[in-house]
Ligand binder design. Structure first.
Ligand SMILES: NC(=O)c1ccc[n+]([C@@H]2O[C@H](COP(=O)([O-])OP(=O)(O)OC[C@H]3O[C@@H](n4cnc5c(N)ncnc54)[C@H](OP(=O)(O)O)[C@@H]3O)[C@@H](O)[C@H]2O)c1
Length: 287
């Protein structure tokens, strides 16, 4: 049953249209190079419209994997495919695993605190997630390759892609957790001091330090870099012709790169350039 006739799941014509438009997303991100306004995370602002950070992340990021799963279950029937092969489910599975971590586990269970976000950020991220999921879902649930033979013929590339995807995801999680540890440590200290003084413990919201472990020794946004490696591996699983995978990677890089450079400027202002000890924003030794 279609949720929106012709769009969810998408007809071939509408899917092709979305893929064409989605390839132009980097044009929108040029605004991030000239505007410093990014009301979320480190650069969040005080606004009465703000959304709670954890709820905001969970809701905006869940839209992608839920949409993808819906298309995986609805589109094959519409185009007369009785069962999708394992290769298609491998791509969907990797995507869902990533977003179960990013949209559910990280904000709702793991992150000690998250800054509030402006609804503008939520709307942009929600739109990104839905458009991206339609682009990817259309390909892997019906309009891209859907035969066992196709996947069997490129199993070596899939294996290498899966290994890269997996290391990228683990790296992303490791560096995310290094940031969490900063606030967990601050929380432990504040609990200890509260116990000694008999006063209530202060919140750890907005406590920042320079992360130092793993690739953070070289770049301030090591978690971003690992996420790019992860999605590059995922594109490889799908193959050179998997254009929604390529667009996803390019779109992520074009929005996260200016954000990382803005983050570096923020670190320089808060801690001083000398404290960063030559760390780059996101690509070791380069940017
Ligand atoms: N931002 C994007 O455009 C984007 C796009 C796609 C995927 N992602 C992925 O989503 C994840 C989160 O992205 P993000 O942009 O929100 O990352 P982020 O700004 O580095 O924040 C991640 C979390 O760590 C906290 N944090 C950040 N820097 C800290 C520091 N120096 N000391 C202590 N705590 C710190 C943040 O708290 P506050 O919220 O209080 O700042 C937040 O809870 C990353 O793994 C990234 O790869 C991001």
């Amino acid at each position: 049953m279609a949720i929106i006739e012709g769009w969810l799941p998408p007809s071939r014509e509408n899917w092709e249209f979305i893929c064409r438009v989605w390839a132009y997303f980097p044009v929108i991100t040029t605004a991030q190079w000239v505007l410093d306004w990014y009301p979320q995370g480190k650069t969040s602002i005080e606004s009465r419209f703000n959304i709670n950070g954890k709820i905001g992340w969970a809701t905006m990021e869940s839209a992608g994997f839920i949409t993808l799963l819906y298309i995986m279950y609805s589109l094959p029937q519409e185009v007369g495919i009785s069962e999708l092969p394992w290769g298609n489910w491998t791509l969907a599975g990797c995507f869902v695993i990533h977003y179960l971590y990013r949209a559910v586990a990280a904000p709702l269970f793991l992150n000690p605190s998250m800054s509030p976000m402006h609804p503008f950020v939520w709307i942009m991220a929600f739109a990104f997630q839905v458009t991206n999921a339609v682009s990817i879902g259309g390909y892997i649930a019906g309009y891209g390759p859907t035969t066992q033979e196709y996947w069997a013929s490129r199993s070596e590339f899939m294996f290498v892609g899966l290994v890269i995807w997996c290391w990228g995801l683990l790296g992303n999680m490791f560096h995310d957790d290094d940031l969490r540890e900063i606030r967990r440590a601050a929380n432990r200290k504040q609990q200890r001091e509260a116990k000694e003084s008999g006063k209530p413990a202060e919140s750890v919201d907005k406590i920042y330090m320079i992360p130092k472990n793993g690739l953070f020794r070289y770049v301030l946004h090591a978690h971003y870099l690992c996420e790019w490696i992860e999605w590059a591996g995922w594109w490889m699983i799908g193959g050179w012709a998997f254009h929604p995978g390529r667009n996803f990677l390019i779109n992520e890089i074009t929005t996260m790169l200016p954000r990382a450079l803005q983050g570096k400027r923020w670190y320089e202002k808060k801690f001083g350039r000398e404290k960063l000890e030559g760390r780059k924003a996101v690509i070791p030794g380069v940017l």
